[in-house]
Design a protein around this ligand. Structure first.
Ligand code: ZN
Length: 209
């Protein structure tokens, strides 16, 4: 479990990244760290991208419905002003922000602020997602958490999309994704590919979705 480093009372900035697949508990971990900072009476601001509209417009809500208030931002540059008075800056669903996030968070950390970023490290095709790889490289601390594979019960690092839609961004819930291990993820991708090439199966799939 991640515990905050001691800076012997000196204000020193750093970046923490919490990443993993869907249903791995990233947002719960983010909320846990935020709650500890709230108890310590630190000034906190939480940002989320305007694209993530699940459950609530202004709250960071995890799948188990824990929530904390947050500020919805369109552009990472807006964080520079909004985070001016904060000691701790949290960013949820960071994979949805553009590359400007990298410079903004580096600048805030340089100012002595603690940054906690949470996001999906891979998309539905198992490819690195948006700015997450760069953020993981820049961060002092990276926590990668795994879910449990719904097919075999092994640790899962992949978000398997249950439908055949192709766009990278599809904010979803349990009926659209499931966590899978590498083997079961690849198996599922192969099955999708086979289905695509089989006329009979294609009709069957289309009638399902
Ligand atoms: Zn599996």
């Amino acid at each position: 479990m991640f515990l905050e480093p001691s800076n012997k009372g000196k204000s020193k900035g750093w970046i923490e990244v919490i990443c993993g697949c869907m249903f791995s508990g990233k947002t719960e971990e983010l909320i846990r760290r935020i709650n500890r900072a709230i108890i310590a009476r630190q000034r906190i601001v939480i940002f989320k991208p305007s694209i993530d509209v699940r459950y609530d417009d202004v709250k960071v809500v995890s799948h188990n419905r824990n929530s904390v208030n947050s500020v919805v931002v369109q552009h990472p540059q807006d964080m520079l002003v909004l985070a001016n008075d904060a000691d701790v800056i949290a960013v949820d669903e960071a994979q949805f922000f553009d590359e400007a996030l990298l410079e903004v968070l580096a600048a805030l950390a340089y100012k002595g602020k603690r940054i906690i970023v949470s996001g999906l490290d891979m998309d539905f095709e198992g490819k690195p997602f948006g700015v997450m790889p760069q953020l993981m490289a820049m961060a002092e601390f990276v926590t990668k958490i795994q879910a449990i594979c719904v097919c075999c019960g092994e640790p899962a690092s992949f978000s398997f999309r249950l439908n055949n839609l192709k766009q990278q961004i599809l904010v979803g819930e349990k009926d659209e994704y499931e966590p899978r291990c590498r083997v079961c993820f690849n198996q599922g991708m192969k099955e999708k590919e086979t289905a695509k090439h089989s006329k009979y199966k294609k009709i069957e799939l289309e009638s399902d979705f």
